[in-house]
Design a protein around this ligand. Structure first.
Ligand code: SAM
Ligand code: SF4
Length: 334
């Protein structure tokens, strides 16, 4: 479909028939945590980075909305380190075509700001909690903040977020024995706990070799305990969801090394400096930023995004050890 400027509109589709209603927008690659699989030495910066400003973000959202995107997730780095995070949240969620604005956070400011962010229009939240043991949480993230992050999750539930998900990166010999603690939490709390298989990135090969564990280990334990796999909604992402009648919460598994993982891909990514990434582990990015400088550039912006879709591959090549240009997920927005 085209509008009267000749620029494409409507639903973005790639050569494999996948459509892309979902954009993950990184707004910073700065992070205050030092997760051992992501930024073990903390955030390193050689020159002062210049992240997309609110006008650029507004134009970007307009462009993607015109191409059928209706769900946007703000991520990073740690998105909430930005002083204008609430303003960005309000800007994105108030776009008439955006029906769902989500964000992913390490939760360090959640306890104090959950209600403010909900009021700004954020409706879905993912909080990373890799361990329910305070010492282990500290060892993994570099921060002794488990308690305040858990209080932040309570605050998000109280603030009326429509969905609260907890991301747990599965680490062999570190947190893989904590399933029962996570299940006990999900028993009475309406959260979705998502176990994510550790992914290899440019910077973490040794770590990956030591700690990667297949999500099958968790699936087997869930099935033995009576959990059932939910049938996938037609527009669902790549997570496999499990439910149990005795539990308020649910469990999701994200297994990027599993066969057919990429068949369910429904998302595109834009980095904090405005590069379009067709895949988390792609071999190139395409800068959109020069087309975010004034409103009159919208037709050129949507044309460029539309034209890039032919380069989206059917799958990543992680199983071959090819991590593309991604040194760590903080650089792209996980
Ligand atoms: N800082 C925020 C946070 O940690 O939630 C948002 C950005 S972080 C890159 C997004 C998600 O990616 C987090 O849940 C994090 O645990 C996950 N992640 C980071 N590196 C990963 C890796 N190598 N493999 C699997 N998940 C990873
Ligand atoms: Fe920061 Fe998130 Fe990476 Fe942890 S996973 S270092 S919180 S960006």
């Amino acid at each position: 479909m085209e509008n009267n400027t000749g620029a494409p509109t409507g639903v973005l589709k790639d050569s494999f028939g996948r459509s892309f209603p979902y954009l993950r927008l990184s707004i910073t690659d700065v992070c205050n945590f030092r997760c051992s699989y992501c930024l073990p030495d903390g955030y390193q910066c050689s020159s002062k980075p210049s992240f997309l400003n609110s006008d650029e973000i507004r134009r970007l959202v307009d462009g993607f909305a015109g191409l059928g995107v209706h769900k946007i997730r703000l991520t990073g780095g740690e998105p909430t380190v930005r002083k204008d995070f609430t303003d960005i949240a309000r800007l994105v969620s108030s776009h008439p075509a955006i029906t769902q604005t989500a964000f992913t956070t390490n939760g360090y400011r959640l306890r104090e700001h959950a209600q403010e962010w909900r009021n700004a229009g954020l409706s879905h939240i993912n909080v990373s909690v890799d361990s329910l043991n305070a010492e282990r949480f500290h060892a993994i993230t570099g921060h002794n903040r488990l308690r305040e992050v858990l209080e932040g999750i309570d605050a998000a539930l109280d603030a009326g977020f429509k969905q609260v998900k907890v991301n747990v990166v599965l680490l062999k010999g570190v947190n893989d024995h904590e399933l029962s603690e996570f299940l006990a939490w999900a028993k009475s709390t309406p959260i979705s706990i998502r176990f994510i298989e550790l992914m290899q990135t440019g910077d973490n090969l040794d770590y990956f070799r030591k700690y990667h564990l297949s999500a099958d280990v968790i699936i087997q334990q869930l099935v033995e305990a009576g959990w059932q796999k939910k049938s996938r909604a037609f527009d669902a992402g790549p997570a496999q969801e499990y439910v149990h009648p005795d539990y308020h919460g649910s469990i999701g598994l994200i297994a990027p090394y599993s066969k057919d993982f990429c068949k369910g891909c429904n998302r595109l990514r834009v980095t904090s400096i405005g590069d379009l990434r067709l895949c988390l582990f792609g071999s190139q990015g395409t800068s959109l930023r020069h087309l975010l400088q004034n409103d009159a550039q919208q037709p050129l912006l949507t044309q460029l995004i539309h034209d890039q879709l032919v380069f989206k591959c059917s799958s990543h090549f992680l199983d071959l050890g090819d991590t593309g240009i991604t040194p760590h997920l903080a650089s792209v927005g996980g």
